[in-house]
Design a protein around this ligand. Structure first.
Ligand code: SUD
Ligand code: ADP
Length: 284
């Protein structure tokens, strides 16, 4: 039996950092939503107890460093499973981009193995296991649109944004999330974006209010480290995107656009400037 799971990318509509915690993580308030750029994970029982992974991508580890493999090992150890799995990952989400590709693959592995190994775990239980793999994994297990607090693992479902186009532009640099948080001085953040403002914008179903409420305090850090990302934001704004923001720790910049024609024009305009550009939709 082959099991198939989609692993979509996320964007952060707002991301605020409240303070640095004693465990080294930062207390955050983020509104995240899924977009329809996705990796595809296929799982099957190899008939042995081996856990293995293959992929068409040359940019990711295939061993125990891969978050999908870590998810499989965690489930097997926690529930005393003696079956194995072979996973094939068709990687489409750019790596180390601020789009949570690795976290979404881990979430897809948790969901897929829950079915393949017939573990009968609830979504809440899978979210809890996901938090042991990474801060963004619980959201990727659940999907939709959510307010994430704590270090990102505490979730509250929110209304999804009005259906719109999302232009994603990934500059050719890899950004380490740990480096970005490490360079942030939480006490010196001048302007905090508002989680309650974004919640109200989503509840009202107002595309304009969602665009107005976009904000990410990690931008200051990444834009200073990589000025090319600031220039990319400027180009996206000049091309007429309705709202522009860096996703997560970056370096991907996204533009929200209400009309398909305009999204395509922005994509074409970006092409000379940035090689990796996608026009996708928000997921309801
Ligand atoms: C910034 C965000 C925004 O959604 O995403 P990405 O840009 O990575 O996609 C997340 O907070 C990233 O979540 P995730 O990528 O799962 O992070 P983790 O693996 O848990 O942590 C990686 C490192 O980031 C730092 N970290 C992460 C989360 C957090 N709330 N505070 C932190 O300080 C820690 O140094 C940690 O060692
Ligand atoms: N399945 C995976 N897909 C992508 N990257 C992975 C995966 N498993 C582990 N990684 C590692 O995690 C790091 C962050 O990857 P990713 O999740 O794509 O970025 P981000 O946290 O910025 O959204 C990469 O450097 C990569 O080596």
């Amino acid at each position: 039996m082959f099991i198939y799971e989609k692993a979509p990318a996320k964007i952060n509509l707002m991301l605020d950092v409240l303070h640095k915690r004693n465990d080294g993580f930062h207390e955050v308030e983020m509104v995240m939503t899924m977009v329809d750029l996705a990796d595809r994970l296929t799982l099957h029982d190899p008939g042995t107890s081996r856990i293995s992974l293959s992929s068409q991508s040359g940019y990711i580890p295939l061993d125990d460093k891969n978050l999908a493999v870590r998810a499989a090992r965690l489930l097997r150890q926690r529930f005393g499973v003696n079956r194995g799995v072979h996973m094939h990952l068709e990687k489409r989400i750019p790596v180390a981009a601020g789009l949570a590709g690795g976290s979404s693959d881990a979430a897809a592995a948790l969901r897929g193995l829950n079915r393949l190994w017939e573990l009968g775990l609830s979504t809440a239980e899978l979210e809890e296991l996901g938090a042991e793999i990474g801060s963004d994994v619980p959201f990727c297990v659940r999907g939709g649109t959510a307010l994430a607090t704590g270090r990102g693992e505490k979730l509250e479902a929110l209304a999804s944004p009005p259906r719109c186009w999302v232009v994603l532009a990934k500059p050719p640099i890899n950004v380490s999330t740990a480096d970005v948080y490490g360079n942030l001085r939480a006490a010196e953040i001048a302007v905090h974006p508002s989680a309650s403002g974004m919640r109200a914008a989503l509840e009202a179903g107002s595309f304009e209010a969602v665009c107005d409420g976009l904000g990410n305090v990690l931008e200051d850090v990444t834009l200073k480290l990589y000025p090319g990302v600031a220039r990319l934001k400027q180009v996206m704004e000049n091309l007429g995107a309705d709202g522009v923001l860096m996703s997560g720790s970056g370096p991907t910049v996204f533009g929200l656009v209400s009309k398909e024609e305009k999204a395509k024009r922005i994509c074409n305009g970006l092409r000379g400037f940035c090689e990796e550009v996608y026009a996708v939709r928000t997921l309801g």
